[in-house]
Write a new protein. Structure first.
Lengths: 483, 512
């Protein structure tokens, strides 16, 4: 026994001492055991089915009880995102979301609502994305009735107090002033503008002028147009009885009237960008690289193949080629990924890495090669198995809590996915062949016609980037002195 | 890509842990089963049968604070290395690989020594060693199966696969379908007992990139690092968990091995499992795999103590970004009575939209945002109460500072009204309850308090302690700690030699 450990670890005094202290310890016996050799019981699980109700005013509600903690969560998904901003008032949708929460409702001032919510330790928050706004409530179940009332008031009867509007506008201007503080934010924003065009609702950004142009009447009009029960889906989960909560919601939202929502016409995305190598100067030691082009529509027939392709090419979880090559093998980056992301119109294809400026050219070449290889031959059988198993076996985490499940269902319905989307998803992935992945790569990836944007120190970057291609400098719009 | 990012997001974590218990305490009391193996490793088990999944956290009481001088970043680099596999995972032939790894080490150790001493006459030897290192790494790469540990977890349906390092501890986390519990026990016990730190020097480069991303490229990351390094003169809390770049570049595999053997002993580890399993079925599995890991002696304590600060410290961080202010006060850590008072004081100041600093700064258009945390950069040792605020143009950080001090003075001069105190406490307890919602939330919480406070039951007692805190307590603590002598102030300011940009750009233009 002693001989054994002396041979193994004689140089390490601490361990030897430990072994002498407890002589009964041998060496760890499972050092050679491979994980595949373990037997696994098959997993049986049919997730609970949320109840889908349609209230008389047309609002769809997903409800699922969860009695594990005395909490209730509600989320309203409203198709009222920033793509519906009037072009001369970009930022309006977002300001509506913010002042809806702060600017009072149903005759109560915003500060009074804050006080009432926090006295019962409840919270209501609004966030606004490009397609839809989300208003979320979290409350203790014992205060559910009161909290729901405040939530409904905020959602349906906002007063948009003038002073809170002014505050929100000041905050929006401050955010504009700060939008170039973080190099990744610059890269991600400017890449979208290069690919979609600055005027596209999918890439446009507010300016001091578009914010200053916003008036209270714009908020009232926007709210009245888009915040309608027939344009809203509610996700409700937590500690309640299903029938009681539905009855309660019926009462709360009875006076909220449906009205046909006429969405502004959004110009279809056109492939008009100029491929090439672009450089934005920012005095930081690590540069951010974003390369890619337009992506796909959300419900494209190849959506499962694309998901497998993403996993093989660029998933962040260490199973992809991009992470293996750029991070694991070469140590060039901590963050690196690539994905074709689906959109309502064309989404984006992006490959992203952050690397010290002296490695930028090497990283760009390696990333480009890795993308190009997807078009030359199909993934290996092993890659296919890894990608498909990873997606299918972790799918259970999409619906392992009632809150996740009702929110997923609400969001999917709002975005136009079929009702059985979650149910049929695993089979859709299983059916993907490596030829499907190759075909999707050839159809949707074009490594020769990409926008490659680098944000970093131009003095350190310029020479090496010129080896990669001819460099176009982009200047950042700066609003530091405005506002 | 959250994995291994946490050392840089310590502040966010503190938000999570800064809040704490309430009605949840009762829910927990009966449901946490404790099991300690003969080798000293402790397990905390909570059954939850909502869905056939579980979350697992293994925490070691080993963090940045345990690093020796010149080895900053080692605990975090070791966390990365723990994903490189074992003697059977990640290798095609460990016997052959092992010899090459030793060869790589001997080159790397000499290289690190010569690079650190920086003598010009070593230049030739250094470049020769670099070549040798690269060649030896290529030879070893033949035997490597890259990222195999991640891949095994992934194909088995892992979610949240991650790890993080703070000043106090290192944690390895994953959620899995419930039929994978034995798989988890095998992989985790194997990487505790027989890990292999292959691809060490490429991963060291990755960690350097992580530092660039989270600190050098990130104005808040930089500001936080400078504030902490300024606040502590003696205590190892001063060193960033991510490490100083010059230390990082010279870390070697033997150093990481030594750190592991000292701190990754079973008696210094706690695992929390929450999810769909039966405790009586799980314990034999834990006994079998983790029970087979040999014990080790308890790791050495941290001896250095921070002296009381003798006067205010102020520091500026020049960065190409808009202004940002941090104000910190030294304070005791748990389980000191005053630490509980800080939880309440913190809630009064910044929890919610009716809190004092939010009302006085954000609602008054002086700040874009304001927040505060009670235990930076950790909670094993006396720490800092930290306020972060971002000024609204045209207000300066000085305006902001004045407005914050005015609110702190109010806390000292007048007791907090009862109603306000109650509201702060109920917000705190509700926040705690929300933090128990997912399996992972609960597992992390249990592992954290067991590791840092020495007993997960700290959570149970917390609510009672909070309930007893009076307006006089808050006033007394504000008067005692929130004073100028005890304060550290740091701010992001614009670079003094403004825009060297234009010079380069015109030069660049000329080149084209």
């Amino acid at each position: 026994m002693k001989a054994a450990y002396r041979v193994r670890v004689c140089a390490v005094l601490l361990i030897s001492v430990a072994l002498i202290c407890s002589p009964s310890w041998g060496s760890y016996p499972y050092a050679k055991l491979r994980p595949e050799s373990l037997k696994q019981k098959p997993l049986q699980f049919s997730p609970p089915e949320p109840h889908r109700a349609v209230l008389p005013n047309g609002m769809v509600v997903y409800v699922l009880e969860d009695r594990s903690l005395p909490l209730v969560s509600v989320a309203a998904y409203v198709k009222a995102g920033s793509v519906y901003d009037p072009p001369e008032r970009i930022g309006l949708a977002s300001i509506v979301g913010s002042v809806m929460r702060t600017g009072g409702a149903a005759g109560k001032s915003g500060d009074q609502i804050d006080e009432e919510l926090e006295t019962i330790a409840a919270s209501v928050d609004c966030s606004v994305g490009s397609e839809y706004a989300t208003v979320r409530l979290s409350t203790l179940s014992r205060h559910c009735e009161k909290a729901l009332q405040l939530f409904a008031d905020i959602l349906t009867k906002p007063d948009f107090q003038e002073d809170k509007l002014n505050l929100a506008k000041q905050q929006a201007l401050e955010a504009i002033r700060r939008r170039n503080d973080y190099p990744y934010n610059i890269a991600s924003r400017e890449f979208a503008r290069l690919v979609y065009g600055k005027e596209s609702p999918w890439a446009w950004i507010s300016t001091p002028d578009t914010i200053k142009a916003i008036r209270r009447s714009d908020l009232v009009e926007f709210h009245s147009k888009f915040y309608r029960p027939n344009n809203t889906i509610l996700a409700v989960s937590g500690d309640f009885k299903k029938d009681e909560i539905i009855q309660q919601l019926n009462g709360l939202f009875a006076s909220w009237q449906a009205q046909e929502v006429v969405f502004p016409k959004i110009q279809p995305v056109e492939e008009r960008f100029t491929p090439g190598l672009y450089l934005i100067h920012k005095d930081v030691p690590q540069s951010v690289i974003v390369m890619g082009h337009l992506g796909v529509r959300r419900l494209s027939p190849e959506r499962y193949a694309i998901q497998v392709l993403n996993s093989v090419l660029g998933a962040e979880g260490f199973i992809s080629r991009m992470v293996s090559r750029v991070r694991t093998e070469r140590g060039l980056a901590y963050s690196v990924w690539a994905a074709i992301s689906p959109g309502a119109d064309r989404g984006l294809f992006r490959a992203v890495a952050m690397t010290r400026s002296s490695n930028a050219a090497e990283a760009i070449k390696l990333m480009r090669e890795t993308i190009a290889e997807m078009l030359s031959k199909p993934p290996s059988d092993e890659e296919m198995a890894v990608a498909k198993n990873t997606i299918v076996n972790s799918f259970i985490f999409e619906y392992d809590t009632p809150e996740k499940l009702v929110n997923a269902r609400a969001e999917l319905e709002l975005l136009g996915y079929p009702p059985d989307y979650l149910k049929t998803f695993p089979d859709g992935i299983r059916a993907v062949t490596k030829q499907d992945v190759l075909a999707a790569a050839r159809k949707y990836l074009n490594p020769d016609k990409m926008v490659i944007l680098v944000v970093g120190n131009s003095a350190e970057l310029r020479k090496q980037l010129q080896e990669v291609g001819s460099v176009t400098d982009l200047a950042l719009e700066s609003y530091e002195d405005g506002g | 890509m959250i994995r291994r990012l946490v050392w840089a997001t310590a502040v966010l974590l503190a938000v999570f842990w800064g809040g704490a218990p309430g009605a949840g305490a009762q829910l927990l009391q009966e449901r946490v089963a404790e099991h300690t193996l003969k080798n000293g490793m402790k397990f905390l088990l909570v059954e939850r049968h909502q869905a056939p999944v579980f979350s697992a956290v293994i925490a070691f009481r080993a963090g940045g604070v345990d690093e020796a001088a010149g080895e900053s970043g080692l605990a975090h680099l070791l966390e990365h290395m723990a994903f490189k596999g074992t003697q059977v995972i990640g290798t095609k032939n460990y016997r052959k690989e092992k010899r090459l790894l030793e060869k790589i080490d001997s080159i790397a150790v000499e290289l690190a020594r010569l690079e650190a001493s920086g003598r010009p006459e070593d230049a030739e030897r250094i470049s020769k060693l670099r070549e040798q290192l690269q060649k030896a790494q290529q030879e070893a790469a033949v035997y490597v199966v890259p990222n195999e540990l991640d891949r095994i977890y992934s194909v088995n349906g892992a979610e949240d696969l991650n790890a993080w390092t703070s000043k106090d501890m290192t944690a390895y986390v994953v959620s899995l379908p419930s039929n994978k519990l034995e798989l988890w026990a095998l992989i985790e016990s194997q990487r505790m007992a027989t890990p292999v730190f292959r691809e060490f020097y490429a991963e060291r480069d990755v960690v350097c990139e992580e530092r660039l991303q989270s600190v050098e490229n990130n104005p808040f990351g930089k500001l936080y690092e400078v504030l902490i390094a300024t606040a502590f003169a003696a205590h190892p809390y001063r060193t960033p968990t991510g490490g100083w770049m010059s230390d990082l570049r010279t870390l070697t595999r033997p150093q990481a091995e030594r750190f592991r053997r000292t701190y990754y002993v079973p008696g210094n580890a706690v695992a929390a499992l929450v999810g769909d399993f039966r405790t009586e079925d799980v314990i034999p599995v834990l006994e079998k795999y983790f029970g087979a890991i040999p014990p080790g002696p308890p790791p050495p304590p941290v001896a250095t103590k921070e002296e009381a600060q003798s006067g205010e410290k102020r520091v500026k961080v020049e960065f190409a970004a808009q202004p940002h202010l941090l104000i910190a006060y030294h304070k005791p850590t748990l389980p000191d009575d005053d630490d509980f008072v800080f939880d309440v004081l913190n809630a009064v100041l910044t929890e919610g939209r009716t809190s004092r600093l939010y009302s006085a700064l954000v609602k008054k258009n002086i700040a874009l945002n304001v927040s505060s945390w009670t235990s930076e950069p950790g909670a094993r040792y006396p720490n800092l109460f930290l306020i972060s605020a971002v000024p609204m143009h045209p207000h300066s950080v000085e305006d902001l500072e004045k407005a914050i001090y005015a609110e702190l003075e109010k806390l000292k001069n007048e007791p907090v009204p009862d109603e306000e105190l109650e509201k702060a406490k109920s917000l705190l307890t509700a926040e705690f309850l929300r933090g128990l919602q997912t399996n992972m939330d609960l597992a992390e919480k249990l592992a954290y308090y067991q590791t840092v406070a020495g007993d997960w039951r700290y959570i149970l007692r917390w609510e009672e302690r909070i309930r007893k805190i009076s307006a006089q307590d808050v006033q007394r603590v504000a008067r005692k700690y929130l004073v100028e002598r005890n304060r550290v102030v740091a701010a992001v300011v614009p670079p003094s030699g403004k825009e060297e940009t234009s010079a380069e750009q015109s030069a660049g233009g000329a080149e084209q």
